[in-house]
Structures are given as C-alpha cells and as structure tokens.
Design a protein around this ligand. Structure first.
Ligand code: ZN
Length: 161
C-alpha cells in the first residue's frame, strides 16, 4: 500500500471555464471593480460600471437585424428580444421594450433635464436611458449602449451547442 500519489489527485479536478466573452452564471461575476475592468475592458467597463456613454453610430449592433436576443455584456442576462428593436436614427441600438424583469430604472440627474437611466437587474451594469418618444405599442425608447450588449442570433444557438 502506498499513499504517495494522493496529494496530486485533488488539483486535477480543477477545470478552466471557457466562457471568456459571455458569462451566464451568477457565481462567476466579478466581485471588485478591478475584476470588472479586467473582464470588460476599459470601454465597456466605463459604460456598464461608470454609467458612461459610447459615441453615437459606433456600435455594429445598430445594423443588427437578425432574429435573436441581446444579452447583458456584463453577465449574459437576456435584456432585449430582436423583435423589440427598431431604427431610431439616434446612433444607438434602440428598443421599445425590454424582456420582463431584465432591467431596472432610476432617475439620472447628470444633465439639466432628468433622464431615466436603466441597468441590468442581475449585475447592476448600466445600459442606457429610456425616453418616451418611442414607437407603439409602448411609446418607450430604450436607448442602449452597444458595448453593454452582446447579440446572440437564434440560428447559432443549436449549431454551437
Ligand atoms: Zn448584467
């Protein structure tokens, strides 16, 4: 009987998560702002964690017209369906309705006129502002930073599973 190899057994159980660009699990969310910044990169971090705003017409998601879901770039929480997207001409991805429970709003007094900021209910990441000049049926316009979103096309889901 020998126990000389026991010590090495535990460490082989560790495995690396491969979800680099998209996290879908609460337990993997960063705990500190430093960790968030590392995960998101400076630009997305400034938007999601510091309520920054990207330049208009800078996001490729403005042109995204496929069927699918827009998820939070911070935590993978699905926040908008592609059916709720519309072309507002504002230069930011725009939606008339979020997925139920995905977002919370708060008054934002950074400008002279108060605006309503909204953020992800799961990770708290800032996404954009909601205005009341949107199309029917809601009349709302969720003006979202593209860097705060990831698009998951419907077709791709099964192929890569
Ligand atoms: Zn989130």
């Amino acid at each position: 009987m020998t126990t000389s190899s026991d010590a090495g057994k535990i460490t082989t159980q560790r495995f690396k998560r491969t979800t680099v660009t998209l996290m879908t699990d609460d337990t993997t969310l960063p705990q500190t702002e430093d960790e968030w910044r590392q995960k998101l990169g400076d630009e997305a971090w400034r938007i999601l964690r510091k309520e920054g705003t990207e330049p208009p017409f800078s996001s490729a998601l403005n042109e995204e017209k496929r069927e699918g879901k827009f998820v939070c770039a911070g935590c993978g929480n699905p926040v908008f369906e592609s059916q709720a997207k519309f072309d507002s001409g504002s230069g930011w991805p725009s939606f008339f309705k979020p997925i139920d429970g995905a977002l919370e709003t708060r008054r934002d007094f950074k400008l002279v006129l108060p605006r309503t900021e909204y953020h992800c209910t799961r990770c708290g990441g800032h996404h954009g502002h909601v205005f009341t000049d949107g199309p029917e049926p809601t009349g709302k316009r969720y003006c979202n930073n593209g860097m705060a979103l990831r698009f998951i096309p419907d077709d791709n889901g099964d192929d890569n599973a």
